[in-house]
Design a protein around this ligand. Sequence first.
Ligand code: GLU
Length: 304
Amino acid sequence: MDMQAVLDRIHDEAQPLLGQGRVASYIPELAKVPLQRFGMAVSMLDGRLYTVGDAREDFSIQSVSKLFSLTLAFQLVGDALWERVGREPSGTAFNSLVQLETEQGKPRNPFLNAGALVVTDVLSTRFVQPEMALVEFLRRLSGNAGLQYDDAVARSELATGSRNRAMGHFMHSFGNLKNPVDAVIEAYCRHCAIRMNCVDLARAVGFLANGGVSPVGGEQVLDASSAKRLSALMLTCGTYDAAGDFAYRVGIPAKSGVGGGIVAHIPRTLGVCVWSPRLEHTGNSLAGSFALERFTSLIGQSLF
Ligand code: GLU
C-alpha cells in the first residue's frame, strides 16, 4: 500500500468540506484560528512518517490533552482512579453538569471536562506544576523539546470558564476534588492550551499502539494491559457524544478536541493525527472525522 498516496487522496477529498462546520468560539481566543486548514500525519511504529497539508502547523490540542493527562494520572494511581471517575459513555455533552448531581460528583468518564478535572486534581496532588508535568511528558512522547502551552488561550478560557469552575466546585463539595478548585482549573486550562501539530501527536500516541512503549524514546509509559484499557476508553468515550457513530464509521480508538485535532491509533501498526478547525455539532472536527473514516477504509485496516 502507498501510504503517501492514501493521504494525498484524503487531502483532495476533504477540500470541499473545509468550508463546512463551525469553529469553537466559546473560548474567544480559539475563534481566531485560520479556518481553511487541513493537516494529517501518520507515524508508523517503525518510525516512518507520512504527512499531508498543514501537518506541521501547531494548533490548540484542547481535549486531546485529556488522553495524556489521563495516562499520567493512571501511571501514578492506577486502578484507584476508578473510585473517583467512571468508565462509561455519558450520552451528554462534554461540559454537561447534569449527571454529576445524581451520581454524587463522580464523572462518568475521564474524557468529559468533569472527569479531566478529577484527573488534573490527581496530577495537582503529585506535581508542584501539573501543567509543566504534562508539557514535559508530551515533549518526551513526541520528541519535540520545544512544546509549550499558549498562555493567551489558557487565559481566554480562564476568563470564560464559569461552567468548568461550577463543575469543579460541585465535585469539591462531594470531596472528589482535593486541591483548591482555582488551581485545578488553571492547570486544566493550561493542559488544554498546549500547542502541538499533527506530526507531534501522531508520534505521541504511538505508545498506545505499541503495547505501552513509546516508539519515539523507548520509554515504557504503561504496561500493555493498561494501554489496552485506555485505548478501549478512547473507543467508547473519546469523541464526545458521537463516540458510537465514530466507532461505527472509523473503527479505531480516537480522542478529539474542540481545537479541531483528532488523534487515533491502529494497534501494533501506527499513530495518526488529523487537524481541521471547523467542527460538526458534537464538537469533533468535521473534515477530520471524514478523513479518518476514509483512512481506515482506504488502507483496509481498523480494529475489526
Ligand atoms: N478547554 C475546553 C473546555 O474545557 C476543552 C473542550 C474540548 O476540547 O472538548 O471546554
